[in-house]
Design a protein around this ligand. Structure first.
Ligand code: ZN
Length: 217
């Protein structure tokens, strides 16, 4: 069982693996929560069988991306599969991208790892100041698509755009995918403008493409 794969200078590493009856498991997630002011820790004896195909999917995912994103943005960060992370992904203050082992087998991560794409989207955003460089109106377009997560923000929406763009291509913005826009009415400088879902999608794609290099030079 491989524990580390390096693809185009990017290291993918799985932490905390153990062998169990001939299989490679990432297991034990610890949940810390506060109940009536008392910190409580629960250890779940859940295990995920880490199959080498998960690495193949992540390699295939990284191969979708422009070289500059890998060399300038992701290569600085090791991608870690972290046993203690229950769902999704995240970025640590240590600069790493974390992926939950439990997310590896999610239906939406079986062709490309979309969780990984979303997290890399955040790194690309930070590196190129992508959302910051967008006009307020364009940030508004991004925000009008629901993000499946605790936080709703233009940055989260950017992460989803990045994910959809590289997983599905620009056609993802014209219909039939999970982050579809709904029609909306804006108040823009005192003027009321109504956009239908197709117009929102077009504006969102334009906003996304306007701020960071999305193609190999
Ligand atoms: Zn996010």
């Amino acid at each position: 069982m491989v524990e580390t794969v390096v693809i185009k200078g990017v290291t993918i590493r799985i932490d905390g693996l153990r062998e169990h009856e001939g299989e490679t498991m990432a297991h034990t997630f610890t949940e810390t929560r506060r109940v009536h002011g008392v910190v409580e820790q629960r250890v779940f004896e859940e295990s995920v069988n880490i199959r080498s195909s998960y690495f193949d999917i992540m390699v295939r995912t990284l191969e979708l991306l422009p070289e500059s994103h890998l060399s300038d943005v992701v290569a600085m960060n090791i991608i870690k599969i972290r046993p203690n992370l229950r769902v999704g992904g995240g970025s640590g203050q240590d600069g790493y991208i974390y992926i939950s082992p439990f997310s590896l087998d999610n239906r939406y991560n079986r062709v490309h790892n979309q969780t990984l794409l979303h997290e890399i989207g955040h790194k690309v955003d930070h590196h190129y100041h992508a959302v910051d460089n967008m006009t307020a109106l364009r940030q508004n377009f991004l925000r009008h698509v629901h993000h499946d997560g605790g936080t709703q923000s233009a940055s989260e929406a950017y992460g989803d755009c990045y994910m959809d763009y590289f997983h599905r291509g620009a056609s993802a913005f014209s219909g039939g995918f999970s982050h579809q826009a709904h029609g909306v009415t804006f108040d823009h400088h005192g003027e009321t403008i109504t956009y239908n879902s197709q117009q929102i999608n077009e504006e969102r794609l334009a906003a996304f493409l306007s701020v960071a290099p999305m193609h190999a030079a």
